[in-house]
Design a protein around this ligand. Structure first.
Ligand SMILES: Nc1ncnc2c1ncn2[C@@H]1O[C@H](COP(=O)(O)OP(=O)(O)OP(=O)(O)O)[C@@H](O)[C@H]1O
Ligand SMILES: [Mg+2]
Length: 608
């Protein structure tokens, strides 16, 4: 996969319309079918057998009428029933193999696509997650892959079997009477036009439905996740109205699709009836001059009847195919989106980094999802002109008002975002030059928003590294988490629910800290990792962190003074700029922003 374009955060693949033409998407989709060619070939052969058996049954009509009834032959009384049983036996077995083969191949394709898409999402830069919502990603994974499978199997099956059936039946009709067939064929181009129009309309509408389904899911998830806020602010009505509006759009589009389908079905049947009328008109005239006998006429009728359902399915196939291709286009747009830039090839050869981090005139500008440019010299910049050095074995505290860029700054270290200007080095090497996995292997991070998995406490702590129980207890104790873990019914084996729903905020933070401690990386980043703890627990965690700090580089974002006072240097950010830098004592003496923030904090804590 290409990571060719340098990932400016401006690359917003989700906002891009499906870039691939329908035909190209279809061809590319066939590529996903090739691993299953044996299955598909087998199914293809049995499809042909099915169609042949179906046609053979119609071909039996002539002997059945002429030799069974008009001029009865005694042996027909046993031959015909046996032939019919034989035909349907063959047809049944062939049908089974077809369905099995197509299902197996189709489901396998769905699995392959899902594997590929989730892998792709995990390789996408963080900036992509700013523009495409997670529910929309989930809908790609669940829904779009499903639609592609339908197009790939049901539709294909109908297309082969039904196209063949139509061809055989037409062949039989020509064999019996050219005149009648010509009469029928005069009507068919009309059917073709209907089929073409329906397919076009379908593709357009179904693309709209997909997008709206994504939005619908997103709206529901947001509302439900915020149920407590919704209740306490009493916004149920407006939330519901917002959802209803989207649900109504989906309804309208679905009805449109259904109306198109139903309308075209009715129209096609109408046209088929016209053809039937044409047959009868021409055939009865031919019967008068003895060109056609009873058996032949029944064959014609049966062929005509057999064509109708096949034709109707073929018109629906267009719709399924259209949906499938539209879904495939969206999936391919995801697969073609740029990935995280990972062009470096430096590594640490299995050793620990020393951990010297240097920021050199670093600036960061987030791409706005709406693409609008903000006005003013500093507008749009989350960070501007940041330079500092964080030495191994030291603690760098980062303080500043909310929104001043603290989180943005530490996010650059694991390269979640690329600096827009300037550079960051680790042990003297630009972090761009490390392989991403190597770089991130050197970093332990406890973020502002703790993410836990619906699993046991033990599995959550040992998330990235296997560890025995003794080691787990050790880090849990260090993170001041052991005490609450031991009070839980099953201790380390307790399951904690979706994103740790069964734990308190402080407990979740302590688990995240334990996880970071277990990783024992040379760079430790704590983004308000202890904000949800009470002063006493924080002091205990601080002590544990203090023990960790000597042999690593620590970046810590904190509001609590206890953390900051002991830091080796304090960086004060304001509106994305580094406005003050020094130790706690030096900054107090400067009597600038830090001293101001400090005074405010004291007043707060004194008043509390
Ligand atoms: N993913 C993002 N896309 C666009 N803008 C962002 C993104 N994340 C943050 N910003 C903007 O960058 C600025 C700095 O945000 P940041 O999260 O770094 O602040 P912070 O100092 O960590 O604040 P807090 O103390 O509230 O956590 C803010 O103006 C914010 O709106
Ligand atoms: Mg922050």
């Amino acid at each position: 996969m290409s990571a060719a374009t340098p990932t400016t955060p401006a690359a917003t693949p989700a906002a891009r319309p499906a870039g691939l033409g329908a035909w190209a998407a279809y061809r590319r989709l066939l590529g996903y079918a090739t691993p299953y060619w044996v299955l598909l070939l087998a199914a293809g052969i049995t499809m042909i057998i099915e169609a042949v058996a179906g046609s053979a049954f119609v071909a039996l009509m002539d002997p059945l009428v002429n030799k069974g009834f008009v001029n009865p032959e005694p042996r027909m009384a046993t031959v015909l029933p046996l032939q019919i049983i034989g035909l349907f036996l063959v047809r049944g077995i062939a049908g089974y193999i077809t369905d099995y083969g197509m299902a197996r191949a189709g489901r396998s394709m769905v699995r392959d696509l899902r594997d590929e898409i989730i892998g792709k999402y995990l390789r996408m830069p963080s900036s992509h997650f700013d523009v495409e919502s997670v529910p929309s990603m989930v809908s790609r994974l669940n829904f779009d892959t499903e639609q592609v499978a339908q197009a790939g199997t049901d539709a294909l099956k109908a297309m082969v079997t039904d196209t063949l059936t139509v061809a055989f039946m037409l062949g039989m009709m020509v064999w019996v009477s050219l005149e009648v067939t010509v009469a029928v064929l005069l009507v068919t181009p009309l059917i073709g036009v209907v089929v073409w129009y329906v397919g076009k309309r379908y593709r357009r509408i179904s693309r709209g439905i997909q997008e709206d389904m994504g939005r619908l899911a997103q709206a529901a998830e947001q509302t439900l996740a915020a149920q407590q806020d919704v209740k306490v602010y009493g916004t149920q009505a407006s939330e519901q109205a917002r959802y209803s509006a989207l649900a109504n759009r989906v309804l309208r589009l679905n009805v449109k699709v259904e109306a198109t389908r139903a309308g075209s079905s009715a129209l096609v049947q109408m046209l088929a009836a016209l053809a039937l009328a044409a047959i009868i008109a021409v055939a009865t005239r031919q019967a008068l001059v003895g060109d056609i006998n009873a058996g032949e006429f029944v064959t014609l009728m049966m062929a005509m009847m057999a064509i109708i359902p096949s034709l109707r399915r073929l018109t629906n196939v267009q719709a399924v195919l259209g949906r499938g291709v539209a879904a495939a286009q969206r999936l391919f747009a995801v697969l073609d989106a740029p990935e995280e830039v990972d062009r470096g090839n430096a590594g640490f050869g299995g050793r620990r980094a020393r951990g010297e981090l240097v920021f050199e005139r670093v600036g960061l500008r987030y791409a706005r999802a709406d693409g609008a440019e903000a006005a003013g010299p500093d507008a749009g910049w989350a960070l501007r002109d940041i330079s500092f050095t964080a030495r191994p074995g030291t603690v760098t505290a980062i303080v500043g008002r909310s929104g001043s860029g603290k989180t943005s700054l530490v996010r650059l270290v694991p390269r979640f975002y690329e600096p827009t200007e300037g550079r960051i080095t680790l042990d003297g090497v630009d972090i761009d030059e490390y392989r991403l996995a190597e770089l991130r292997g050197q970093i332990a991070l406890v973020g502002q928003r703790v993410m836990l998995f619906d699993d046991t406490i033990a599995a959550n702590i040992a998330y990235a590294a296997a560890a025995d129980e003794a080691r787990l207890r050790e880090v849990a104790r260090a993170a001041n988490a052991l005490e609450f873990i031991e009070r839980l019914p099953e201790g380390l084996a307790t399951r904690i629910g979706d994103n740790g729903a069964l734990l308190s905020g402080g407990q979740r933070q302590r688990l995240a800290i334990a996880r970071a401690m277990l990783k024992d990386a040379p760079i430790l980043i704590l983004d308000e990792a202890t904000a949800a703890l009470d002063t006493e627990s924080e002091r205990l965690v601080q002590d544990a962190l203090q023990k960790l700090m000597p042999d690593r580089t620590t970046l810590v974002i904190a509001h609590r003074l206890s953390t900051i006072e002991h830091a080796d240097q304090v960086l004060v950010l304001d509106h994305g700029r580094l406005v003050e830098q020094g130790t706690h004592a030096q900054l107090l003496a400067q009597d600038g922003l830090y001293a101001h923030l400090h005074r405010m904090q004291f007043r707060e804590q004194g008043g509390a």
